[in-house]
Ligand binder design. Structure first.
Ligand code: SAH
Length: 269
């Protein structure tokens, strides 16, 4: 979707949440919504997603705004996410995962990402992790810092994988993180992981849940996120029919969007 915004001439664009993007167009741009619809149709080869909203934005000092984000954010317990330049938190046992800000989704600030990170930290007895839709790589890298000997991140978007590789290079346990362009098909059919994470969207999870369950080792956990509150019932039912049981769940409002996001922590029968 970001690619369609760029193709439509956006001066800046990013993913706010799975399935939701924002782009800034110069005031002089004529009909950016029409250009976006057309670019989307060309790139995705299907009609435009239903909601396209245009708003006039007040001029913003982006550099000042970016600088204001240069501080570590505590996720839970010992785990912090911080941009590369930020001073480390004062706590001596803090685990700080460095993520380049503003590049791709997954800076750690979204409630969907946080929910999965908190569950990872709460049950840190895992050796292997599969992160489907790795984005910035934040989940896979944090998993390697917390416990994993091997964390595999896959993403359909080569730009996301390049971004994740940049973040992996910043991490002292980056050598435990493997990154691949693709989706679950990129993983060997018999491979099983102690944690399988997927921060995607409800339709994609609906398709992938049986394969996510299949990739989860006995006694392991599947963490899903990117689901709107209204979509929860369908995703939980699909998970159940894939042999997964709901162990814990969170609902949180994203500051920038106003929707409530549901995240689920699932055990395998
Ligand atoms: N895991 C990160 C980023 C999630 S954003 C976090 O939790 O913060 C979702 C990512 O999934 C995007 O980078 C998108 O390119 C990728 N994606 C979407 N559908 C996918 C699929 N079917 N298989 C693999 N990756 C997918």
């Amino acid at each position: 979707m970001v690619a369609a915004l760029d193709a439509a001439g956006a001066a800046g664009s990013w993913t706010l949440a799975p399935g939701r993007v924002r782009g800034y167009f110069p005031r002089s741009a004529s009909r950016p919504d029409g250009a976006f619809r057309e670019a989307w149709r060309r790139i995705a080869d299907r009609p435009c997603p239903p909601v396209v909203a245009l708003r006039r934005a007040a001029p913003t000092d982006w550099v000042a705004r970016w600088r204001s984000t240069i501080r570590p954010v505590r996720i839970s317990g010992r785990l912090w996410i911080a941009p590369p330049d930020a001073a480390p938190p004062a706590e001596p046992d803090a685990l700080v995962v460095r993520i380049l800000p503003g590049m791709g989704f997954g800076t750690g600030s979204h409630p969907t990402t946080r929910a999965l990170l908190r569950w990872l930290e709460a049950e840190p007895d895992f050796e292997s992790v599969l992160d489907v839709g790795t984005g910035s790589g934040v989940l896979a890298i944090a998993a390697a810092r917390l416990s994993a000997r091997i964390a595999v991140g896959v993403d359909l978007d080569p730009d996301a994988v390049a971004n994740a590789a940049g973040n992996r290079a910043l991490d002292p346990r980056g050598d435990r993180v493997a990154l691949l362009v693709g989706t679950l098909d990129a993983i060997a059919p018999g491979a099983r992981f102690d944690r399988v994470l997927a921060n995607l969207d409800a339709p994609t999870l609906g398709e992938l849940l049986p394969a996510l369950a299949h990739a989860c080792a006995p006694g392991g956990r599947v963490g899903v996120a990117g689901v709107l509150a209204a979509e929860r019932g369908a995703v939980v039912a699909r998970a159940r029919s894939a042999g997964l049981r709901l162990l814990d769940q969170r609902l949180a409002r994203a500051p920038s969007v106003g929707d409530r996001w549901w995240s689920g922590w699932l055990g395998i029968d």
